[in-house]
Design a protein. Structure first.
Length: 97
């Protein structure tokens, strides 16, 4: 399973309904599960991003489908980063030419 970091910012709609943010996080877990994705952790943060989530997904297509589904709900805009463990980046580095 690949690891992804999702950075989120509340939209105007999202901040207006911020009291529902934990319910939305629960809904995210349910949506993700239907796509074979596991939400490992969700954090509400100070600074440039309002929410950060760590997910594990079987492939990019599943992760993209989830990202589009999140965006369609209108409460959060996301940026998704593929994350590599030390072992994974080590294997990648051995392939360098």
């Amino acid at each position: 399973m690949a690891t992804y970091i999702v950075l989120g910012n509340f939209t105007e709609q999202g901040i207006r309904n911020v009291k529902d943010t934990t319910k939305r996080a629960d809904a995210l877990r349910d949506m993700a599960k239907k796509l074979g994705i596991t939400v490992k952790e969700t954090f509400w943060t100070l600074g440039q991003y309002d929410v950060v989530a760590i997910l594990e997904a079987p492939d990019e297509a599943s992760m993209t489908a989830l990202g589009l589904s999140i965006g369609a709900l209108g409460s959060v805009r996301t940026q998704t980063l593929r994350a590599f463990t030390g072992d994974e980046i080590g294997r990648i580095l051995t392939r360098m030419v």
